[in-house]
Design a binder for this molecule. Structure first.
Ligand SMILES: C[S@@+](CC[C@H](N)C(=O)[O-])C[C@H]1O[C@@H](n2cnc3c(N)ncnc32)[C@H](O)[C@@H]1O
Length: 254
């Protein structure tokens, strides 16, 4: 609890006011990632390897943007910093520990940006969300990585729309997920999509007790690779079940 409080207190002054409400969720993610480090290791390593393999096959490497960079656990920042002229990390929150980690490694070409990548306000106003349109202003953009962000756009929107009825909520969340996939696909540069697409609650015997589509009915993108991610291992919420997410990884080289 004390380390979480310090993390929270140290992150607050370096976070613009409109993003401070999201610090708590980031600190919770950080705590869970620390507790579940062993169980998450294979997933994180798969993500980093998938990104490294992709950049090794790229001819031009000027600017890379990472969407949902968060704790930098599933993004090989060292390889990105060495391989590209500029690395832009975008998230609602960049924790104090992440900033210190970056500073200690003297990654002089890494820039941090606070941005809401969901587009919820537009969707609620009946407009097409265009939350990736800012990428048009990024010069020499050669790669965009959506780093385990997509399902979280849905989760965050559902939380904020708790008061709305089920139909309205489902419609808006689906719109946001569709917009992210569409806009990523429309980019003129190379892209990587890393996302969990669904999850299953599994009992000790391996029996599936429940499952949920995290893409809310949107077709799962054709994956180059897939793997399981035990987001809630046995003992985290209950000794009797674990929650395993199905992760897809897709690259488009341009
Ligand atoms: C599962 S974590 C991704 C982990 C991260 N890629 C890493 O390497 O540790 C999801 C991330 O998406 C961010 N996120 C969720 N909703 C967002 C939004 N609307 N706009 C920007 N970032 C968002 C969260 O703050 C979190 O850091």
């Amino acid at each position: 609890m004390i380390v979480e409080a310090i993390q929270y207190a140290a992150t607050t002054p370096v976070t613009p006011a409109q993003f401070r409400p999201f610090i708590g969720a980031s600190v919770s993610l950080w705590s869970r990632a620390t507790r579940c480090a062993n169980e998450w290791a294979a997933h994180e390593e798969n993500c980093r390897r998938f990104v490294s393999d992709t950049i090794n096959g790229m001819r031009r490497r000027r600017t890379v943007v990472v969407l949902g960079s968060g704790l930098l656990r599933d993004v090989p920042v060292g390889a990105l910093s060495r391989g590209f002229d500029t690395v832009v990390l975008v998230d609602l929150v960049h924790l104090a520990s992440v900033r210190m980690w970056l500073k200690a490694r003297r990654f002089g070409n890494v820039r941090l940006f606070h941005r809401d990548l969901a587009g919820l306000e537009d969707a609620l106003d009946g407009k097409q969300p265009e939350s990736l349109s800012f990428l048009r202003q990024v010069p020499y953009l050669d790669l965009v990585i959506s780093a385990n962000l997509l399902s979280q756009i849905g989760v965050g929107a559902e939380r904020r729309l708790e008061q709305n009825n089920d139909t309205k909520r489902a419609e808006v969340v689906r719109k946001l997920i569709h917009a992210h996939l569409r806009d990523l696909d429309a980019l003129p540069c190379s892209t990587i999509l890393l996302t969990d697409a669904s999850y299953s609650v599994l009992g000790r015997s391996g029996k599936r007790l429940e499952s949920e589509d995290l893409l809310h009915g949107m077709p799962v993108p054709d994956a180059d690779e897939r793997w399981p991610w035990p987001v809630v291992p046995f003992g985290e919420q209950s000794r009797d079940y674990q929650v395993v997410h199905d992760v897809v990884a897709k690259r488009v080289l341009r």
